[in-house]
Write a protein that binds this ligand. Structure first.
Ligand SMILES: Nc1nc2c(c(=O)[nH]1)N[C@H]1C(S)=C(S)[C@@H](COP(=O)(O)O)O[C@H]1N2
Ligand SMILES: [Mo]
Length: 246
């Protein structure tokens, strides 16, 4: 099913279209995925499909700091990094018709999007960077997400204080045009501190949603049995909101 077409259909007429979208079956499912007031408010304001602001090259921060995990020590990450991530694989699976396994060369061969955006961390810092990578929607369309799927889960290579980092978004953010799997920051391969070799950019969301060191992308119907069931590492651990719209 092509939820992307629904998004394109929403476009600028989103506010006026809210009711209409709510009447269609997939639209209703998307709106029902709203678990909290913040997301509902964002929906009501028509902000869900709007683009995040994009900036100019002169706005780029001289140093994009690393936060959270900045050099994963667990698993075989160090060996993979030493090999230039030649053996890195990203799987696309769960509720999809065509599960896929991608190399970094596969990711780079897809149509690319480059965007200069501001990253906002809840710890109280922001930075502007230029990110390049394929849109997540390209992969999801190729994998053909099944009708019952409501969320996309991102698995990460790092283990932080005993728990594997992971994150999740709903289909509106998954198919948002600025949601990309970035493999470049400011025109260079991603530094290890920023999530090498690939990390999510989900530009309508706060920093902790932008999963680094991505190893797997999974379509699921429910978040209940993943981690502690709250949809992400910080959501499980510290009660951060699952919907972190900016
Ligand atoms: N795998 C993984 N992804 C992660 C984190 C992490 O610790 N591990 N930290 C998150 C947080 S809180 C922020 S603010 C951003 C930081 O991205 P940066 O290191 O590129 O600044 O990554 C997010 N994604
Ligand atoms: Mo953060």
């Amino acid at each position: 099913m092509k939820r992307r077409n629904l998004l394109i259909g929403m476009g600028a007429a989103f506010v006026a279209g809210c009711q209409k979208i709510g009447e269609t079956a997939p639209g209703k499912a998307l709106l029902e995925a709203a678990p909290n007031w913040h997301k509902n408010l964002h929906d009501a304001l028509g902000g869900r499909t709007a683009l995040a602001p994009e900036f100019q090259p002169e706005d780029i921060s001289p140093d994009f700091r690393g936060n959270g995990s900045t050099n994963p020590a667990n698993g075989d990450y160090q060996a993979q990094a030493a090999a230039g991530f030649a053996d890195w694989r990203i799987t696309v699976g769960g509720m999809v018709d065509n599960p896929m396994t991608l190399t970094m060369a596969n990711l780079r061969a897809l149509p690319q999007r480059t965007q200069i955006t501001r990253h906002d961390c809840v710890e109280g810092w922001s930075a502007i960077g230029q990110w390049t990578g394929p849109q997540l929607s390209t992969l999801l369309d190729a994998a053909n997400v099944q009708d019952g799927a409501r969320f996309i889960v991102f698995r990460c290579a790092d283990n932080l204080n005993g728990d594997d980092y992971y994150e999740s978004v709903d289909m509106l953010d998954a198919y948002h045009p600025q949601t990309i799997i970035a493999h470049q920051l400011n025109g260079e391969n991603l530094p290890v501190k920023n999530g090498a070799p690939a990390r999510m950019r989900i530009e309508r969301q706060l920093g902790y949603k932008h999963a680094k060191y991505v190893t797997a992308i999974e379509a699921v119907a429910s978040l209940d049995n993943i981690g502690a069931g709250k949809g992400g590492y910080w959501e499980d651990r510290a009660g951060y909101q699952w919907y972190a719209g900016v």
